[in-house]
Structure formats: structure tokens, C-alpha cells
Design a protein around this ligand. Structure first.
Ligand code: NAP
Length: 333
């Protein structure tokens, strides 16, 4: 049995792994099979992560975090968690491959998933003109007319990025004021290829084989109109990824995992949570990283306290990386 399993490989997961590995906890990081590295893998230039005055590409930043975690002894598995048993002193994590791992503590850092607009055509035309990732799919829209839905930083970033390819980018927003930060707004306003469509929702997405347009519905008077398009990028935020634990851990009214005060302690002893999955407000790479630090320190203290509590355990409960005596205590705590 291990001391610590970290589920998730965004800034929270890898920062937790760096701290835990440096504390000799030899953490196992379950990084996901397709989403390893988290949301920054779909980002271009990251300009606000301290230490990179020239900016750094999102995927490069995540690769560096992973290297740093591995350098100190973290083990990274590209697999998905399919089942969690978190009650009691031994936490069991079952992966898509069928492998079963056990640990005395778990850090849950699964981040958040793209929000959908839930209209006709969204699922059907996903990959055929509907996308959630400008950096992944922007290239396919060279000299095309496309739209981005949303009024936050993501929408501004995507729209600005997409002007590298598209001939025109509409930004469809349900209000007449953006939620995005000033600097991102100004960048978008200054871009001649971007046109804002205010007070509008996407009522449905049109097209048989590929997107041909959308029906816009006014949020002021409900009137509808057709906007011809070759593609639609949805950038309306994210929801915390809690499906694996929603019946195990207590959640907040916002749907994030509930933690105790400023700590990362969840409603189940030995289970800690960090990053976007606990944060309905800030959701920055830097705040996720700091949250990962908190989780690693909390897990470290928890494991140390278990070690001090002391009690005999079976051989099966032997914890890798701990002296046998301490390992026995953790397993039986
Ligand atoms: P967000 O800030 O929550 O903004 C979501 C936007 O989508 C809002 O404008 C919202 O409208 C709109 N929206 C939500 N649900 C909608 C729906 N069902 N239909 C139509 N519109 C809908 O999300 P985000 O832009 O993804 O940003 C998330 C966090 O990441 C933020 O903290 C942001 O600062 C950060 N971020 C930072 C950067 C950067 O600094 N480089 C880049 C991307 C994201 P309302 O405004 O009317 O609510």
C-alpha cells in the first residue's frame, strides 16, 4: 500500500505531487488517459504565472511541473479512475485498466469540465464545427466565419486566438457587459476581426453534417435571428469534476467539494481536495497550484499523525516509502 495517491494532473495535482514527493511520500499521480496536464494543455500563452516574464505555453508549463514532480519521486500513471472507496483507513482507487491501488491518503484534484450550452445541435455537431478548444481546433477554421459564446476571460482568450485563423470572429454574450478582466476585454475590443453580439443566447446550432449557423435569441425581448457561421466555440466556463465522489464527499451549494475552512480536508478523513474542484471563484493556475500545496501539507500532517497514533497492522497494509513500523501504524489507524 502507498502513502498517497493524487488524482488529477493539473497545476493543483502536480504541485501537490512536488510537495508530497519532496516530503518522501512517493505519491502516485493518476493523470488521466486523455486529459493529462489538465486545462492548461488547451491554453496558448500563459502570461500570469509568476516566474515567466516572457510568458510560457500552457503545455510547456505542465510538462515542467510533471518533470519537477517526477524528479523528486512522484510516479505518474496515464489512466482514469473509475471507482473510489474512500471510507476507512485504506483508500482504494480502481483504474480504467483494471489496476487497483491503495493508499492511506488521497488528494482529489480533478479540476473542472467545460460547461455546455445544452441546445439542439451541440452534441450532434461536436467535432463538426462545435468545439470547446480553440487551440485544438482553431487551425481548421482558416478564413472562416466563426463565433465564440461567453463573456469571460476564456471567451476573450479564445476569440483573440481564433483571429489568427478566422476571417471574422463573433463573440456572443448574454449580457451587454463582459465578465472578463480589463486587459482581456481591451485586447478583444481592439481586434478588428472581433465583433460583439450583445444580449444574445444561442437558441440552437444549425447544420446537418457541419455547423452552418446558429439561431440567436435576444435576452431582452426574446426575438430570434439567424447568424450564418462555419464554427462555434463554447467558452462559458467550467463545472467542477466531482462525478466520482458526489455520493462520497460532501459538496457545496456551488457543486464544488466542501473543505474545512482554509484547509483541504474534505468530509472524509484522509481525503483532501485541491484546485478548481474546490474553487468556485478564482480558478487560476496559480491559485490551483497553491491549493495543491495546502493539500500536500495537510496530507503530510495527516499521515504523520497516523504514524504517531500507532497500532499493529497486517502485512498487506505495508506502506511503500515508510519505515515498516510507521507503515504498520498508518495501515491500522
Ligand atoms: P467565467 O469567468 O465563469 O465566465 C463564463 C462566461 O460565460 C460568463 O460571461 C457567463 O455569462 C457566460 N455563461 C455562463 N453560462 C452560460 C450559458 N449557459 N449561456 C451563455 N453564456 C453563459 O468562465 P471562464 O471565462 O472560463 O473563466 C474561468 C476562470 O478562469 C476565471 O477566473 C478566469 O479569470 C480564469 N481564466 C483566466 C485566463 C487568463 O488569465 N489568461 C484565461 C481563461 C480563464 P455572465 O457573465 O452573464 O455570467
Amino acid at each position: 500500500m502507498r502513502q498517497l495517491i493524487i488524482i488529477g494532473s493539473g497545476p493543483a495535482g502536480y504541485t501537490a505531487a512536488i510537495y508530497a514527493a519532496r516530503a518522501n511520500l512517493a505519491p502516485l499521480v493518476v493523470a488521466s488517459s486523455v486529459e493529462a496536464g489538465g486545462e492548461l494543455m488547451n491554453t496558448t500563452e500563459v502570461e500570469n504565472f509568476p516566474g515567466f516574464p516572457e510568458g510560457i505555453q500552457g503545455p510547456d508549463l505542465m510538462t515542467k511541473m510533471q518533470e519537477q514532480a517526477e524528479k523528486f519521486g512522484a510516479e505518474v500513471l496515464y489512466d482514469d479512475v473509475v471507482k473510489l472507496e474512500l471510507e476507512g483507513p485504506v483508500k482504494t482507487v480502481t483504474l480504467g485498466s483494471g489496476a487497483v491501488h491503495q493508499a492511506a491518503a488521497v488528494i482529489f484534484a480533478t479540476g473542472s469540465a467545460y460547461r455546455k450550452i445544452n441546445v439542439e445541435g451541440e452534441e450532434r455537431l461536436s467535432g463538426h464545427g462545435v468545439s470547446w478548444c480553440a487551440t485544438c481546433d482553431g487551425f481548421f477554421f482558416r478564413e472562416r466565419v466563426i463565433a465564440v459564446v461567453g463573456g469571460g476571460d476564456s471567451a476573450m482568450e479564445e476569440a483573440t486566438f481564433l483571429t489568427r485563423f478566422a476571417s471574422k470572429v463573433y463573440v456572443i454574450h448574454r449580457r451587454e457587459e463582459l465578465r472578463a478582466s480589463k486587459i482581456m476585454q481591451e485586447r478583444a475590443f481592439a481586434n478588428a476581426k472581433i465583433e460583439f453580439v450583445w444580449n444574445s443566447d444561442v437558441a440552437d446550432i444549425l447544420g446537418e453534417e457541419a455547423v452552418t449557423g446558429v439561431t440567436l435569441r435576444s435576452t431582452v425581448d426574446g426575438s430570434e435571428r439567424h447568424l450564418p457561421l462555419d464554427g462555434l466555440f463554447v467558452a462559458i466556463g467550467n463545472d467542477p469534476r466531482t462525478h466520482l465522489v458526489h455520493d462520497i464527499l460532501e459538496l457545496t451549494p456551488e457543486g464544488t467539494i466542501k473543505v474545512d475552512g482554509r484547509s483541504s480536508r474534505t468530509s472524509v478523513a484522509g481525503v483532501f481536495a485541491a484546485g478548481d474542484v474546490i474553487d468556485p471563484t478564482y480558478r487560476q493556475a496559480v491559485t490551483a497550484a497553491s491549493s495543491g500545496t495546502v493539500a500536500a501539507l495537510d496530507a503530510e500532517h495527516y499521515l504523520a499523525a497516523l504514524g504517531e497514533a500507532g497500532a499493529p497492522a497486517t502485512e498487506d497494509d505495508q506502506i511503500e516509502g515508510l519505515p515498516e513500523a510507521d507503515a504498520a501504524k498508518v495501515g491500522a489507524a
